[in-house]
Design a protein around this ligand. Sequence first.
Ligand SMILES: [Zn+2]
Ligand SMILES: [Zn+2]
Length: 274
Amino acid sequence: MVTRWTRQLLDEATALTTEKRYRSALGRLLMVLDVYPGLPEVQRLAGELIYIGARTTSEAAPEEQLGPRQLFDTRLNAVFCACEAPGCGVSWVSAHHLLGDHGGGVSISNPMGGRCDVCAVTVCRRHARPAALGLGCPRCGRHLDPVPAPNGRRHSAQTERLNKPLVHVIVLVEGKRPPSPDFMTGLCDSVMPDVFEDSPRITGNCSRRFRGDEGRTEAVFHAGALEPAYLTDDYDLRIHPGRQAGRRGQRWVIAKVFENRPKHVDPDNPAPQH
Ligand SMILES: [Zn+2]
Ligand SMILES: [Zn+2]
């Protein structure tokens, strides 16, 4: 059942999309996704918004355009198609939701990828076989469905978001020097833009050498040293290891500390069942 609160946000998002106010529309949908991540209607609207918004984003005002910061939000993972070729990180939103159940047999010029229903595999354009019309399956050569249902993005450049207030972010870099302000700003922008929304405390530090688990142990230890309560049930601690681009890229690990309570609540249904 869709509550009044949910309905109002979905209607606002639809109206805002029509006005090419894509970022505001997405904000409404993300609030619903926070509370009801599996709701088919919000997933369908998000798919439509991203499909339309990504194509015509230049027609929107700069502050309403969709860019990487919006599109790599992990709450949108279920809306994306993702290439299943080993090592390929390409993901896209197909016209599936836009065409509904009547998408069969439609021809899409320059699809980003497609799905073979026989082999049950979704691949991007680069990993498909060239075919006379559209794209062919890399395994069996059959014509790929150019408007597949989303198979879900498993990897995003961004760290996981939760429907919980982000209160502290701890960044540890491997080496002798703590991270520079420029490094911290770049990291926030590319992997945790939720920092700009929730305004958490931010701590940068260094650890001479990470252990075998990519610095996870150091990050947890560091969080506990800064605030012992972070290791209790009052908080939800999420660890994200990573490294800068290049073979010798510096390694870093992020500890995101969330307060263990919901950030968005549906006032018409304060305790939703997931
Ligand atoms: Zn691919
Ligand atoms: Zn196939």
